[in-house]
Design a protein around this ligand. Structure first.
Ligand code: SF4
Length: 205
């Protein structure tokens, strides 16, 4: 039998592999893995890495980016944070620190290399993967850029939806690509609703 999601979550929470890397950033913070994995959820959010706010609170997407993501998904906070609905699997479980421009540094590759396959193996029931941002899209689809992945979202198949990061930094991109809200978001909402409804039916049977 494979590892349980509880075992993998506990192992990730105790991980300090990036201690030196984070100590050398402007914030000189220590690793604080934000882990919200679920073996029951039908929908996986493959995200980038926690921001400074999630680093402090331990709750991912508890910010305006999370509000925008939930609006795209068509779900409220209670639905989003219910582990029987969503499992959140970032490319790095810790806040990576800031770059010189004040943006978040990229997720350290060692995190996905160390944990990603182990975490995914505990979630065989995932039927819809939401790939948020270029790092998750590169890992899962092999795409080179967000524009590439999101622009060709129909080719990803019914079980995968690539999204731009919901950060305010992408507001200009969203304005330049009105098809995203007009065409992709309605399909995304329909797929999320269908996956959640199917899982509820399966749990009730
Ligand atoms: S980012 Fe990942 S690999 Fe690095 S310390 Fe956090 S959990 Fe460990």
């Amino acid at each position: 039998m494979g590892e349980s999601v509880e075992d993998v979550s506990a192992a990730i929470r105790s991980c300090r592999l990036c201690a030196e890397r984070f100590a050398a950033t402007r914030t000189a913070h220590v690793p604080a893995p934000v882990v919200r994995l679920s073996a029951r959820a039908p929908v996986m959010i493959a995200s980038q890495a926690p921001g400074a706010r999630a680093h402090a609170s331990g709750l991912p997407f508890d910010d305006p980016s999370g509000d925008r993501l939930r609006a795209w998904l068509g779900v409220d906070r209670a639905t989003f944070y219910d582990r029987s609905n969503f499992t959140i699997v970032p490319m790095a479980f810790c806040f990576p620190g800031y770059d010189a421009a004040g943006g978040d540094l990229p997720p350290p590759p060692v995190c996905a290399a160390t944990w990603r396959r182990r975490a995914l193996a505990t979630m065989p029931g995932v039927r819809l993967m939401i790939l948020v941002g270029g790092h998750a899209q590169r890992w899962h689809l092999g795409t080179r850029s967000v524009a590439d992945a999101v622009g060709r979202w129909r080719e990803a198949g019914p079980g995968v939806v690539p999204l731009p990061h919901p950060s305010w930094r992408n507001t200009a991109w969203l304005k330049r690509h009105p098809w995203f809200e007009a065409e992709l978001v309605p399909v995304l909402r329909g797929r999320v609703a269908a996956a959640l409804a199917e899982a509820r039916r399966g749990a009730a049977a």
